[in-house]
Structures are given as C-alpha cells and as structure tokens.
Design a protein around this ligand. Structure first.
Ligand code: DX5
Ligand code: ZN
Length: 216
C-alpha cells in the first residue's frame, strides 16, 4: 500500500516543515496542480515543485488538473516530478501526452473525474503506469467522498483482468475524501495508492493518520 499525502492541505507558509512531518512515514508526496481553467481553483506550479525537490527525496506524484498538460510535461519533469498524472477529460491528445511523459523518463498516470465512465480509459490502460479514480470533484480539498467511487474501482479491476497487455504492477490511486472509514472501502475495492490531504496534514499527528490509512 502506498500513501501519498496531498500537500494541498498543508500550511503553505512552511512547506518544508510540513513535508518533514510526513517524510519518514509516507512513500509518495501528492502535488496538486490547478490552472483555474480545468478546475475553478489555482494552487501552485513548476517553481514550487522545483524548490521542494531540493528538500526531500520523496517520490513526487504530480496531479495535473489543467486543460493543456502537453505543454507543461517537460517543465514538471525537469522540476523533479516522478509520476505525472493528467486528466482524460483534458483538451490535449491523450496518447501524445502519455508519450511525452515517457520520453521525459517519467511514469504516466491517467485521472478520471467522478462523472467520467471507466470505459473511457480502456484504450490507454496498457500504456500508463497508474489510473487515478477521483472520489471527489477535482479542485478543492476537504470534500466528502463520493460512494460510487468504489464500484468504479471494481469496474476498473474487471477491465484490467480482461486486458492481457495491462501490467500487473498498475497503480490504482484514489484521491478525495480519504479517511479512516473510506480508506478501508477503497482498499477493499482494489486501490493500492491512497491520496489524503486534510486527513493527514489537518491533524496534529500525521504519522498516526498515515498508519491508520495503511492498516485500517
Ligand atoms: C482535489 C485534489 C486532492 C485533494 C484531496 O482536487 O486532487 O488531492 O487535495 O484532499 P482531501 O484528502 O482533503 O479530500
Ligand atoms: Zn489530487
């Protein structure tokens, strides 16, 4: 099980200290990039990722909630992203974005918003290292988990099983509203990477939260 705390819920006035609170306990760090166009919110961009790269060796799991990922892939790769995940609902050619990410030597992830049918990612399943099932509408932290996300994960698992070319190592990530109750549900459904923002950074004891997510 991989836990990827979402920095969106951290105190932006002291990001280094915030990262140190989770660094020894989590495998990945989830970095939400929002452009104010694909989603109605703006977070942070390439220069922040680049600065953070200097202070931690955590695996950088970059979640691009942007309309045009293609033109930013190289910048995020150079800034130190390890995984670059973008939305299947974006306005660029999906295969082209995946290829660009791989050309940069990074892992590629494809994200699905709550209203998008799982079947949409069928053609790309064998080409990516991760599928992200969004369990809230992208754009904001602290929202309530959408329960039918579990059936989407199960459906995705079914697709993977029927598709012989898909790697057994495919990461299935869930993002949004993950806490001690929902973690159990999504793991049961087949998720192996849990993103959690407020549940980890919004507490006094992130180590305990990460432990709970991992073992609940
Ligand atoms: C939402 C972001 C999430 C967010 C999750 O658009 O993609 O990563 O930070 O926050 P919580 O865990 O608080 O729902
Ligand atoms: Zn995210």
């Amino acid at each position: 099980m991989i836990i990827s705390p979402s920095l969106l819920a951290a105190d932006f006035s002291c990001l280094e200290q915030e990262i140190k609170r989770v660094e020894q306990h989590a495998e990945w760090l989830h970095l939400d990039i929002m452009d104010g166009h694909f989603v109605p919110n703006i977070s942070f961009g390439v220069p922040v990722v680049k600065s953070l790269r200097k202070i931690t060796n955590l695996f950088f799991d970059v979640h691009l909630m942007i309309s045009h990922p293609l033109q930013y892939v190289e910048s995020f790769a150079d800034a130190g992203a390890d995984m670059i995940c973008f939305h299947v609902e974006c306005e660029d050619n999906i295969s082209e974005v995946i290829n660009r990410i791989h050309t940069c030597g990074k892992k590629a992830g494809l994200a699905l918003s709550p209203d998008t049918d799982v079947s949409v990612i069928g053609p790309y399943l064998k080409d990516v290292e991760m599928i992200l099932i969004m369990s809230v509408y992208p754009g904001f932290g602290g929202q309530k988990f959408i329960p039918n996300s579990c059936s989407k994960i199960r459906e995705l698992k079914g697709f993977i099983m029927r598709c012989p070319d898909v790697s057994n190592d495919l990461y299935i990530q869930v993002d949004g509203g993950i806490d001690e109750h929902t973690a159990h549900m999504v793991k049961d459904a087949g998720a192996n990477v849990l993103v959690a923002g407020s549940y980890v950074f919004g507490t006094q004891n992130p180590e305990q939260s990460i432990y709970t997510l991992r073992y609940s």
